[in-house]
Design a protein around this ligand. Structure first.
Ligand SMILES: [Zn+2]
Length: 258
């Protein structure tokens, strides 16, 4: 399995790691800062640097799969094509430095956190969610129309209010006793260890609390200016809300030094 450092600290830009497996899909490390595609959030891109300075470019990160296609606890780093000769030098035990594309990840963290704010603004079940570096979309189970400008204004208010986020945990039993905490019909809570990771937004005022395994910013102020760009009627009972950044060239803070 891969120790997923990003679950405790989403701001880690890099880590030292050791190759623990090489699969057809990509490279498995013993520990990583790379988030694998899941819960609607895109997998991270970045690089692996070998001891001699050689750099392997990674395009994506996925959860490992066993022979039957079931997800495993391994995290697979997917190399860009055309690096076969380089990859052939890797073996189990090879030390590497794994570094995410921080600017890209920070955009994902900002948009992902904004989708939690949408759960507060439109408190209905979510039936699909997709977060890429340039935009996010959420399918809300809703028959009433939504107002784009009102939602954008609501997001701006919650960003300006600068609510802190905290990572918590509840037991599987507590989650079973509070099914209303689960807002997504399409993404199962990250169970498996007896406890489920939760994300709370708001300190004194509760803005949102739900199980989530993704990466988020530490405070809603860090989301910056986001706008609802489109609301589509996807079906009689589903409204698709599309959001993106207001600015053309986002100012991502530089990654904290390792
Ligand atoms: Zn989340």
């Amino acid at each position: 399995m891969t120790h997923d450092l990003f679950r405790q600290d989403a701001y880690l830009p890099q880590c030292d790691a050791t190759v623990s497996g090489i699969q057809e899909q990509g490279i498995v490390l013993d520990r990583t800062v790379f988030y694998p595609l899941g819960g609607g959030q895109a997998g991270d891109a970045g690089t692996l640097t070998l001891a001699d300075g050689t750099v392997i470019t990674l395009l994506d990160t996925r959860k490992g799969k066993d022979a039957e296609g079931k997800p495993t606890a391994a995290i697979v780093h997917v190399p860009a094509p055309g690096q076969e000769a380089l990859l052939a030098t890797l073996a189990v035990g090879t030390p590497v430095t794994a570094r995410i594309d921080w600017a890209r990840r920070h955009r994902l963290m900002r948009l992902h956190t904004a989708t939690h704010l949408l759960c507060h603004l439109v408190p209905v079940p979510v039936n699909g969610c997709s977060i890429s570096p340039d935009g996010a979309r959420m399918d809300l189970v809703l028959t009433d129309p939504l107002d784009k400008d009102l939602l954008t204004a609501g997001l701006a208010r919650l960003v300006a209010e600068a609510h802190p986020l905290t990572v918590g945990a509840i037991t599987d039993a507590e989650l079973d006793a509070n099914p209303a905490l689960v807002k997504s019909m399409s993404v199962a809570p990250p169970r498996g260890s007896g406890t489920v990771r939760t994300i709370r937004i708001g300190e004194h005022t509760l803005i949102d609390l739900q199980p989530c395994g993704g990466t988020h910013v530490a405070n809603t102020a860090e989301i910056g200016r986001v706008v609802i760009t489109k609301i589509e009627k996807k079906s009689a009972t589903t409204r698709r809300v599309v959001l993106g950044f207001a600015e053309t060239s986002p100012a991502s803070p530089s990654a904290p030094s390792p």
